[in-house]
Write a protein that binds this ligand. Structure first.
Ligand SMILES: [Zn+2]
Length: 83
């Protein structure tokens, strides 16, 4: 019982969750998709991911700006492409 206070789980939906409205920067693609992050998969932010449409691997998420409560614009950037 004493240990229960150490764990802070949120019961409110969306709390601790972030939506990344992402646009693929691969030339010719430009696919926009949403990525949702919680504490559980936050590690994905620091890893390289592939675009779900053009499947180009090695994309790095680059957060642009906050557009809402827990919603961020971001770009999926690839090495060698300058914007
Ligand atoms: Zn793409």
């Amino acid at each position: 019982m004493a240990t229960a206070s150490k764990i802070q789980y949120s019961s409110a939906p969306g709390e601790g969750e972030a939506i990344y409205r992402t646009v693929c920067e691969n030339p010719g693609c430009g696919h926009a998709f949403d990525l949702s992050f919680t504490r559980l998969n936050l590690g994905v932010l620091g890893s390289r991911i592939a675009c779900p449409r053009c499947h180009r691997p090695g994309g790095a998420l680059n957060r642009d700006q906050r557009i809402g409560d827990g919603v961020f614009l971001s770009r999926l950037m690839f090495p060698g492409i300058r914007s």
